[in-house]
Design a protein around this ligand. Sequence first.
Ligand code: NAD
Ligand code: MG
Length: 352
Amino acid sequence: MTDDDTQTFDSTVYYDDDADEEAIAHKTVAVLGYGSQGHAHAQNLADSGVDVIVGLREGSSSRAAAESDGLRVETPADAAAEADIVSVLVPDTVQPDVYENAVEPNLEAGDTLQFAHGFNIHYNQIQPPENVDVTMVAPKSPGHLVRRNYENDQGTPGLLAVYQDATGHAHDEGLAYAAAIGCTRAGVVETSFREETETDLFGEQAVLCGGVTSLVKQGYETLVDAGYSPEMAYFECLNELKLIVDLMYEGGLGEMWDSVSDTAEYGGLTQGDVVVDEHARENMEEVLEKVQNGQFAREWIAENQAGRPSYTQLRTAEKNHEIEAVGEELRGLFSWEESAEDDEEESAEVTA
Ligand code: NAD
Ligand code: MG
């Protein structure tokens, strides 16, 4: 009943009409965690008429926020005990611990374990009993947008996966959960835990978070090492990236190419593959292999168990890169910075 061997090439997309909210209407959902995703799922579910309990530790600073949003708060263990559906929305690195201590002892046959990312299930850090459903509803967006879109009668695209279907109703219930948080308004793509986890990790490592920051830093360093001013290097290699990405987001690569000059288009088309070449492609394949064979997951789990020594060092080095100081100074000199900071979207985390 696991879907590990399934690869979804021709994706099914679900909308409001495909979901039957009855499948969740009389259930109690424990939302564990009140961070980016947790606060949005909890409030949207409650506004959709679902009985919600937020599960937070006794001393958690999020307790006051959840209570003032009108939600009932219990400890994670009590919330899990009362609930039919346990939505695990604490950080991925603490999920195994929360599962072992608060969730597992309180699971009953026919309950549902619900996730927003597949890491811990896919890499066996959480091994649920066979008599519960295991589903994933993963909005492809940071939580504050999941909440804001819902309030504005808009939707947030999302993913749905069923890892284990003990009741025979896992899929219907997952889809109803997706509808209740507003995802079917926009469209929900069917996937598997394996596909979601592996594409998510690959994307953030090779392209989104890792690839793009390396490209920016190396471009910046190339210009500065050649004697150009750090200010010019910053604008060319970092600041303008947003304009390019916005165009691609709106209308694909084509809209971007149409919007830049012919000189930029010709130079980009001839030189892009010179920079990100066959070798970079081979490196990407290596990155993907480490995701697929679990090497990355083992490394990250061990890093956390050791107290994050390399992670801390890498974070510090990144903060100390010259481009950060130059950027901070420059952003302070220009008025667009203020409006950018006011817009929550600017500080939004990529779904990581
Ligand atoms: P987060 O870091 O924003 O919030 C986690 C919350 O968990 C905290 O606010 C706190 O209330 C609670 N918490 C923290 N440590 C805890 C502990 N030790 N014990 C109990 N509770 C604790 O997390 P998030 O980004 O919302 O991620 C939750 C899940 O959603 C993850 O599986 C993540 O991969 C997934 N996801 C996140 C995003 C995103 O944009 N942030 C998008 C899609 C999926
Ligand atoms: Mg992600």
